[in-house]
Design a protein around this ligand. Structure first.
Ligand code: F6P
Length: 319
């Protein structure tokens, strides 16, 4: 059995762990594993690298991906299917394991299936926005990264009082990451792309936090209204300067948390066992805390952050 790994879209902490666990299981079974260097464009160009467990184990604490990804949508080229099949044949590849988020797993596994290529998808994104799984690999690590940063902010907030901190998470147009971080860090307000808010409400919320807590912590997602302007607007409303903390891409490339390490090990085991048993299509999903293989994802159009949690954290009805 020869497996090819492809990473498509944004990387996420935990990818290296899946690789390490899978490669070790494969070696014990007398199988081999290769990776596409540079996602699907790399695959189309025949850029295939061999993966070995000893090489991967030291990467298990690190985010990113030891095999490079790509966001280029090359599979819509008319020649893509023939070219991929030729590269797979030339490298004796039996099936693909595909890492990706919402955009990747929505379209690519069904496309590969229609081309007769066996593929197991592994949901990897810090955004936790893949419908069909309660949890994506990388989300927990990205939350932990934010907590470390906010814990540092809180230490100085208690030493120098009367300050407003605005912490911006990644997440694109999905607020799941920011909402989880806000809950876990005890923020006074959370601003998400999916729910509208009144500026006057936010101003009052901040002023009241400054009075009762001696600091105010607002968490926002990068895709929210005001993400790029609130640091200038809030001082106009409150008379207090904002200390602006953008976690940026460092949040995506942080250390791998315990939860993600265990999840990666379970997903690797699930994918390896399924392929060994002759399964030709599926996605590893988490339901009620357990990993299992689902034939395909039941895609809704969008995923919305928990409205009730948003309302509880903000003390206001979601707009
Ligand atoms: O992969 C998801 C994500 O990390 C989002 O949270 C973020 O908005 C986006 O990718 C950033 O994309 P890029 O790396 O292309 O700037």
């Amino acid at each position: 059995m020869r497996t090819l790994f492809v990473v498509s879209g944004g990387d996420a902490p935990g990818i290296n762990n899946v690789l390490a666990h899978y490669v070790r299981a494969a070696a014990q079974n007398g199988d081999t594993v290769v990776g596409a260097d540079g996602g699907f464009p790399g695959l189309l160009n025949g850029q295939i690298v061999t993966l070995q467990a000893e090489q991967l184990i030291p990467w298990m604490g690190r985010g990113g991906s030891i095999i490079a990804s790509s966001r280029d949508p090359v599979l819509n080229q008319s020649y893509a299917d023939e070219q991929i099949k030729a590269v797979l044949k030339a490298n004796n590849v039996d099936h693909i394991i595909l890492f990706g988020g919402n955009g990747t797993l929505r379209y690519i596994p069904p496309l590969l299936k229609s081309w007769g290529i066996a593929c197991i998808g592994i949901p990897t994104t810090i955004d936790n926005d893949v419908p069909g799984t309660d949890l994506t690999l990388g989300f927990d690590s990205a939350c932990n990264f934010a907590y470390h940063a906010i814990d540092g902010v809180m230490a100085t907030a208690h030493a120098l009082r009367g300050r407003i901190f605005l912490v911006e998470t990644l997440g694109g147009s999905c607020g799941n990451l920011a909402l989880a971080v806000a809950q876990g860090s005890g923020a006074h307000a959370v601003i998400l792309p999916e729910y509208e808010y009144e500026d006057t409400w936010l101003a009052e919320r901040i002023i009241s936090a400054l009075k009762s807590n001696s600091y105010a912590l607002v968490v926002t997602c990068e895709g929210s209204r005001g993400a790029r302007t609130l640091a200038d607007d809030i001082p106009k409303w409150t008379g207090t300067r904002v200390r602006d903390v953008r976690l940026g891409h460092a949040q995506r490339g942080g250390m791998v948390s315990h939860r993600d390490r265990v999840l990666a090990a379970d997903m690797a085991h699930m994918a390896f066992t399924a392929l060994k048993d002759g399964v030709t299509t599926g996605v590893t999903v988490v339901e009620n805390g357990r990993v299992h293989l689902q034939e395909s994802l039941a895609f809704e159009t969008t995923i919305s952050p928990d409205r009730m949690l948003y309302e509880t954290l903000n003390g206001v009805q979601a707009g």
